[in-house]
Design a protein around this ligand. Structure first.
Ligand code: HEC
Ligand code: HEC
Ligand code: HEC
Length: 353
């Protein structure tokens, strides 16, 4: 066939201008009400699946069989995801059916993704769809807890979901119920393996300043940033006062020392530090009755919580109050074994032997 190259080149030059003209004229509909053409819908989903699969390549999946991931994941799901995706206790709210795309009922979709792919979607969100990214990008441990929960969700009934998330089903089941601070932090819901910290009896100043640190982004946690979103200074103060006046929880040692920690070595390090590695004595700041109220009490926290926070300090990922840099310095040279030993020592209530 004879091609008139002149016309082809002219068309190639004109095409972008025609495109610009169409966009400028406003005839191209951006309304969500008419939906996508079937082919557009197919194409968008196809590209989303391909992109997620490629992005998830090489992601190392940590063990997800820790049952303590479920309350954390479920609590955050109730406060940040159920309003679009529904939950085992409640279908999706009517308003989301006007979104394009409509947030799917995840029960059917979750089994079609691998753990690494779910991590990718929840950590980074999905562009142009309304599916949000995790509020902070430096806490993969929180996102993995969500992945563990998502895996368990398709076979979960409403009762189990309410139990795990701690939502109060006190409104006749009209919706998912209220999620409060106690949904996660209630002492009766915590144990020696919890990923969620105990707040009871911690100093009011430390609790208040920690909440401000989350709100201002000085301490990174997508879960807590969501929980306190929109709270003003008065409310922050009230929550701090409420938890501070509760009796401090006694020590919660991990049963059977599953991580093989050396509690005696933890005690020595806590009492004397290790000057050659510039590690100070932990007890020069912590657990002193007349110490600075912004130095938190560690006894009463679980081993997994203490250990996670020490890793975050060491890696430079945890901020906090105006004194948090002191703690980051104290943790800088700790080895993994030090962290296990110290966590076990404080969680056991600082035994003398
Ligand atoms: C504002 C509404 C909204 C919120 C809030 C939301 N999502 Fe989504 N989500 C969406 C939409 C819309 C999609 C569909 C994306 C697509 O079609 O590509 C989606 C997709 C997903 C998918 C992939 C499902 C699939 O096969 O397409 C997962 C998994 C998911 N969301 C999990 C979550 C989790 C976990 C949370 C809470 C941390 C959450 N979403 C919060 C709107 C939302
Ligand atoms: C979905 C579960 C969840 C909800 C709801 C929740 N929290 Fe938390 N909270 C956590 C987790 C997990 C952490 C640990 C975060 C981190 O690693 O920094 C935390 C940490 C905290 C801390 C810091 C404790 C410490 O020892 O440093 C305070 C204070 C706190 N939460 C207060 C609150 C208050 C007040 C509310 C209600 C407005 C609330 N939380 C709601 C899960 C939750
Ligand atoms: C110079 C004082 C100081 C020393 C020494 C110190 N810490 Fe801290 N530590 C702090 C401060 C201040 C915080 C609170 C940081 C913040 O603002 O969130 C903290 C927080 C912590 C937390 C987090 C508690 C929570 O509720 O989230 C752990 C765990 C901890 N320290 C363990 C240790 C260990 C183990 C040592 C010894 C290796 C140690 N600290 C030495 C000052 C100190």
């Amino acid at each position: 066939m004879f091609i008139r190259w002149k016309y082809v080149i002219a068309a190639a030059i004109a095409a972008p201008f025609i495109g610009l003209f169409v966009a400028w004229s406003g005839v191209f509909g951006i309304g969500a009400s008419s939906g996508h053409w079937a082919i557009t819908d197919w194409f968008l989903h196809w590209s989303m699946r391909n992109s997620t699969r490629t992005a998830a390549l090489g992601t190392e999946v940590p063990p997800l069989d820790n049952p303590e991931m479920l309350p954390l994941g479920a609590g955050h799901y109730a406060q940040a995801c159920a309003m679009c995706h529904g939950s085992p206790a409640q279908g999706r709210p009517a308003v989301v059916f006007g979104m394009l795309p409509v947030p799917p009922d995840l029960k059917d979709d979750i089994p079609t993704w691998t753990d690494a792919e779910l991590f990718q979607i929840v950590q980074h969100g999905v562009r142009f769809t309304g599916m949000p990214a995790w509020p902070v990008q430096t806490r993969p441990d929180e996102v993995w807890a969500m992945v563990a929960f998502l895996r368990a969700m398709p076979s979960m009934d409403a009762e189990r979901y309410r139990q795990l998330s701690g939502v109060h089903a006190d409104n006749g089941g009209a919706d998912d119920g209220r999620l409060t601070c106690a949904s996660c932090h209630d002492e009766n819901r915590l144990n020696g393996r919890s990923l969620i910290p105990s707040l009871a009896g911690q100093s009011e100043a430390y609790l208040r300043e920690s909440l401000i640190a989350y709100a201002q982004g000085n301490r990174a946690s997508g879960v807590m940033a969501t929980a306190i979103h929109g709270m003003d200074a008065t409310e922050t103060g009230e929550f701090a006062a409420y938890f501070a006046q509760q009796p401090r929880r006694p020590a919660v040692p991990e049963e059977g020392n599953p991580r093989g920690a050396d509690i005696a070595a933890g005690r020595v390090l806590a009492m004397t530090g290790r000057p050659e590695d510039r590690i100070p004595a932990c007890l020069s700041c912590h657990e002193k009755p007349d110490g600075n109220p912004l130095y938190p009490s560690l006894v009463g926290q679980s081993v997994p919580y203490l250990s996670r926070q020490l890793h975050l300090f060491r890696e430079g990922e945890r901020g906090g109050t105006r004194f948090s840099h002191l703690m980051a310095r104290a943790a800088h040279e700790l080895t993994d074994a030090d962290i296990e030993n110290l966590s076990a020592y404080f969680a056991s209530g600082m035994p003398q032997q």
